[in-house]
Design a protein around this ligand. Structure first.
Ligand code: SAH
Length: 473
């Protein structure tokens, strides 16, 4: 096999970025735009030792799971990788992927997983689910102003007024911003020359409050014709916050460090369950609030709280899960590496009148072992308080780590602390499987597994697991 060879390939699997995967001649091939069930004529584009990349030359037999994508831009846009796959099949694929990883990487038996795994939680209507949109602004080759999305793996902009994953409120706002630019000669930023003013339009929408935030990311310090922009936007239903963010660097990072509110409040508010969250342009906030609520409700359910429990929430971000749990627990400690997120978490606790949650900045794999060692020493010296003692042997530890999973030092300390239950929320089922094996070898039993589809039309899947401590014989 060499580059540019043509061969027939059956697609049998899907990668995290939605690419099709097939096997030929002892090699695994990754193919963009090929779907599970397709038989294609493939052209090898890149070859490594036992895997390679290929391009679709022709679809010989289309997959029976193909559907007509709703979005006309789907082939070019980098946003939805698997919109052409029926939603039912997307869910089935995600369920199988989690199951497969738990068996293959986690070493659990198929019988055990099938007995413990609940059906994946999908969306009823898997469109219009995103509460946040970031539209790049630029010029096309004829010098026309365009805003939309990047073509997959490039920085050329497809003009898209309405993305079907975003809310309907986005299109008229984007239109108003473009009209304001044209009326006032405001230029779009050009990545190659570093000239031009407007880089991105960031929009956020509170699903429960209907509050809207507009943030213009600019290559400059001030906005020309600011009053005209505000006049065009402020009359829109739900408009709550208008701000500018200054980013004069030549970088792919969208937001700069300084944000200035130019109209209304500096934030919008949204609710998950009954907990209010204040969201500013820079805040991290889950983008699919409908599914997030289902994900966290499942985690809460698995934690089995009665109001008496001592709980750790590791990798807590802005305290989303911590505050959800705090309503039903005695005490919650959150740990997170990003200081700004901890500021947000403390603030969110305050606006909800939640007083039984405390937050710590640092790496989970450092904060937890330090806490454990220090406290054990204090207790031995008769200095421990009742609360601190209880946090040493908590009822529940919840973890929600990034893709790389938990650090071993963190897992080791969790095992030493012997919580009654561990609730593991994961965005990568491969590292989840690896970590569950360590926890199960360390005296825990896997009780329940449930996948939740947070990102329809992409290859990503979230999973919640419950583990409980095996009773000593
Ligand atoms: N539970 C939160 C955030 C989950 S995302 C929510 O649902 O909103 C994972 C979080 O882990 C991120 O906020 C990231 O900043 C944080 N993080 C990454 N590595 C970490 C580490 N070693 N220790 C603690 N937190 C970490």
């Amino acid at each position: 096999m060499k580059k540019n060879d043509i061969f027939d390939l059956e697609i049998t699997d899907m990668g995290v970025d939605g690419e099709g995967i097939g096997h030929y001649d002892g090699m695994t091939f990754f193919v963009k735009d090929a779907l599970i069930g397709d038989v294609i004529r493939a052209r090898a584009t890149k070859l490594k030792k036992n895997y390679g990349y290929a391009r679709v030359e022709e679809v010989l037999t289309p997959s029976t799971f193909r559907v007509e994508p709703k979005c006309p831009h789907h082939r070019r846009c980098g946003g939805c990788q698997v919109q052409a796959l029926s939603y039912e099949k997307q869910l089935e694929f995600k369920q199988d992927k989690v199951r497969g990883n738990l068996i293959r990487i986690g070493g659990f038996s198929a019988e055990e997983i099938d007995a413990k795994m609940l059906p994946i939680v999908g969306m009823e209507t898997p469109f219009r689910y995103r509460n946040k949109a970031q539209f790049p602004v630029g010029m096309d080759k004829d010098g026309n102003l365009v805003a939309g999305f990047y073509v997959a793996r490039t920085h050329s902009i497809i003009p898209v007024d309405d993305c079907l994953l975003g809310v309907e409120e986005n299109a008229p706002i984007l239109e108003a911003v473009k009209e304001w630019m044209l009326a006032n000669g405001v230029t779009a930023y050009d990545e190659t020359t570093g000239k031009g003013l407007l880089r991105h339009v960031l929009l956020r929408f509170g699903f429960t409050t209907k509050e809207i935030m507009v943030c213009l990311i600019i290559n400059g310090r001030t906005l020309p014709a600011q009053a005209d922009l505000i006049a065009r936007l402020e009359k829109m239903d739900g408009m709550t916050s208008i701000s500018i963010n200054i980013n004069t660097k030549n970088t792919n990072v969208i937001l700069g460090d300084v944000t200035e509110c130019i109209w209304g409040q500096a934030y919008i508010t949204d609710y998950l369950g009954s907990v209010a969250y204040r969201i500013s342009p820079q805040s991290f906030y889950q983008v699919n609030p409908v599914q997030t609520e289902k994900l966290y409700s499942t985690a809460l359910d698995y934690a089995e709280l009665t109001g008496e429990e001592y709980v750790w929430d590791l990798y807590c971000g802005i305290g989303t899960i911590s505050l959800f749990l705090a309503q039903k627990a005695k005490k919650v400690y959150g740990v997170e590496i990003v200081p700004q997120a901890i500021e947000d978490a403390k603030n969110n606790a305050k606006i909800n009148g939640i007083e039984n949650a405390e937050f710590f900045v640092g790496k989970a794999e450092e904060v937890l072992p330090e806490f454990y060692e220090n406290l054990k020493r204090d207790v031995a010296a008769g200095k421990g308080t009742e609360d601190a003692n209880a946090m040493l042997t908590p009822d529940v530890i919840v973890v929600d780590p990034p893709r790389k999973g938990c650090d071993e030092a963190c897992l080791d300390t969790m095992l030493k602390m012997q919580p009654k239950r561990i609730v593991y929320v994961s965005c990568d089922s491969a590292t989840l499987a690896r970590d569950l094996r360590i926890l199960c070898d360390g005296g825990y039993e896997l009780k329940k597994v449930r996948a939740v589809d947070q990102f329809p039309h992409t290859g990503h899947v979230e999973t919640v697991c419950l583990l409980s401590k095996l009773h000593e014989a």
